[in-house]
Design a protein around this ligand. Structure first.
Ligand code: FAD
Ligand code: MEZ
Length: 567
């Protein structure tokens, strides 16, 4: 049998998988997935039977109830969705690398027009587009305000880039900072953010970001998030990047907590559901046109839409159009970060800004295909080139760190750290698990693994340790050196820059309302998160995106709910 459906049919007909002869009745494939679970067990049970010598594809960092059908297809070739982000270094099942073909939102115009002419099939107070942190925060806030909410996500797996976020969420004057004795001010967060963004940020949006940041931490913690570990990210003058105790990834925590809260509040979340058009009449939003992967085109009537579709770093054609230097670069992002939301927003008349500002993350592992969090440097790692030498202040802003790495021989470098850094950040265990970390009992052993001169590596680390002791980095001016690197074993990860964040996007005001080219508000259209421009200027500081999506997601969701009530 070629496809799963073929041998399942042999075992008992279509009703083996489907509730009706017509096939799937919803885009989450709720019934079909419950059938998989009834025979094969749930993800935990399946994971328990996976071979122990591989990273089990069934126990993962993904959020929500991961549907079996995301990978196992009935009537077409199955796919390994993990492959969309990772390179495991061994053959994955189903052969061939998973990829998403980009289909323009206005493809199939005739069928779209027919669905619009047929009119809405349902209605809701608020439609949220995108199931990343901004979308989930907006949905929770809108439900808290009493609005009915339908949240639409085009991917089979929820959480967007948010679920991948690693290093932390920036916030100032928070309770976790106070507990750790860290003195910070919202005004310093504003200064750092403006400076990092080369003062091209919208200062009003930056004030909203910083002034609401501690409330956003409280909001998440009240829903059960652990944001108690606080570290340093590049360009910050104070430790303000919040993440779970022990240094686990922040994104999986935030996305899971928001997902659970959205479900608990009765949000209607639909996966495999791509919004291709926002409908409006007389300058006001009237609905959205959705393409359900299994249900086809349909219209939802609504007065308020929150666009939370994220950025476009994974669409290299679009990236290169705005910044030709990044042509051919790998990306750290999830496969859905293609920029459809921008197309939908622009079609609806939204103005955009700063699209030319696209950030490369300095430390992407070309071997594993994953980003290595800035928190590794924040907790003490240094950058070493092929000559075995340091060459930059490791926790400078990303634009500067990326440029410095690209200027080294081989256009890549090594993150070098010791066992005390490893122990300080549990996220590092994930990199070890992915086999992207070289290890040496001594620095000389490690140098051999890296293929760099041992003498130089030893001298570089000794000089760095001397700077830590002296509290001053004369060579590169690194401001924060949390620990000496003298606890073997020692580790190295080869890293190079990859496209990471798109700073530009639709123009919003401080309430998350979207503006058109004349500066007028498009009534009923709100946006939050990486789809928007202005918060980060020309260069985003590490940790500021999660802060952005939670704060502006909350604001946009609440405002959309209040607008819908009055409309
Ligand atoms: P996303 O989380 O990307 O969600 C957008 C969702 O919209 C996606 O699921 C997408 O599929 C969906 N979508 C798009 N178009 C449509 C459509 N037409 N119809 C329906 N759905 C659609 N930032 C930090 O501050 N701290 C960190 O530690 C950090 N670490 C990171 C690590 C990695 C590997 C990456 C990639 C990013 C990291 N960032 C971090 C950046 C941060 O994660 C993102 O900027 C942020 O999560 C974006 O959130 P969002 O909700 O705007 O978009
Ligand atoms: O903000 C980010 O993108 C971030 C902190 C990423 C990371 O290195 O963990």
């Amino acid at each position: 049998a070629e496809y799963l459906a073929d041998f399942h049919t042999e075992m008992g007909g279509c009703e083996n998988c489907h509730a009706s002869e017509q096939g799937p009745t919803d885009d989450n494939l709720k019934y079909e997935n419950s059938q998989c679970v009834s025979c094969h067990g749930d993800l935990k049970e399946v994971a328990a039977n996976d071979p122990k010598d591989i990273v089990s594809p069934h126990s993962s960092h993904l959020i929500g109830d991961i549907a079996c059908t995301s990978c196992h297809k009935g009537h077409e070739k199955s796919v390994a969705y993990c492959d969309a982000c990772h390179s495991f270094g061994y053959d994955m099942p189903f052969q061939g690398k998973w990829e998403r073909k980009f289909v323009p939102v206005d493809a199939d115009k005739k069928a779209q027009d027919q669905a619009i002419a047929a009119g809405p099939t349902e209605s809701t107070d608020v439609v949220v587009i995108g199931s990343g942190g901004a979308g989930l925060a907006a949905a929770v806030a809108a439900r808290n305000d009493g609005a009915s909410v339908i949240l639409l996500e085009k991917e089979p797996i929820p959480g967007g880039n948010t679920k991948l976020a690693a290093g932390g969420m920036n916030a100032a004057e928070t309770k976790p900072q106070a507990k750790l004795g860290i003195q910070d001010k919202k005004s310093i967060m504003i200064e750092d953010t403006m400076k990092g963004g080369r003062n091209l940020n919208d200062p009003e949006l930056v004030k909203v970001l910083a002034n609401n940041s501690s409330d956003s931490i409280d909001w998440l913690m009240a829903m059960g998030a652990d944001m108690n570990d606080v570290g340093r990210m590049g360009g910050a003058s104070v430790n303000r990047s919040h993440r779970p105790t022990g240094g686990a990834g922040v994104g999986a925590e935030v996305a899971q907590v928001l997902w659970d809260a959205a479900i608990e509040r009765g949000t209607d979340i639909r996966l495999n559901s791509r919004v291709v058009r926002i409908l409006e009449a007389g300058g006001k939003v009237t609905g959205v046109l959705v393409k359900g992967e299994h249900t086809g085109y349909y219209v939802i009537k609504t007065d308020a839409v929150v666009l939370a579709t994220g950025g476009f770093a994974r669409n290299n054609e679009r990236v290169a159009k705005y910044d030709a230097k990044l042509k051919g670069f790998a990306a750290t992002n999830h496969p859905g970060a293609t920029g459809d939301g921008l197309d939908v927003a622009m079609q609806a008349g939204a103005a955009t800004r700063d699209l030319q500002y696209i950030q490369a993350h300095p430390t992407y592992s070309p071997v594993g295909g994953v980003m290595v969090t800035e928190a590794v440097r924040g907790n003490g790692a240094i950058l070493i080139n092929r000559e075995g030498n340091r060459f930059v202040n490791e926790i400078t802003t990303r634009d500067k760190a990326s440029a410095a790495i690209l200027a080294q021989k081989g256009a890549s470098a090594y993150l070098v750290f010791d066992d005390s850094v490893r122990k300080s950040l549990s996220k590092i265990e994930g990199y070890v698990h992915l086999h992207i970390v070289e290890e040496g009992k001594t620095l000389a052993d490690l140098a051999k693994e890296m293929g760099v001169p041992a003498k130089n590596l030893e001298t570089s680390v000794a000089a760095y340790n001397k700077s830590v002791k002296a509290g001053k980095d004369e060579q590169f001016g690194r401001p924060n050196m949390p620990r000496e690197l003298n606890h073997g074993p020692y580790y190295a990860i080869e890293v190079k820059p990859a496209v990471h964040h798109t700073m530009g996007g639709v123009v919003i005001d401080t309430k998350g309302e979207v503006k058109d080219a004349k500066g007028n508000i498009i009534k009923g259209l709100y946006a939050a998160g990486e789809i928007t421009g202005g918060v980060h200027g020309a260069n985003r500081l590490g940790g500021n995106a999660i802060s952005d999506i939670v704060t502006f997601g909350r604001i946009a969701g609440k405002d959309a709910a209040q607008y819908a009530e009055k409309a």
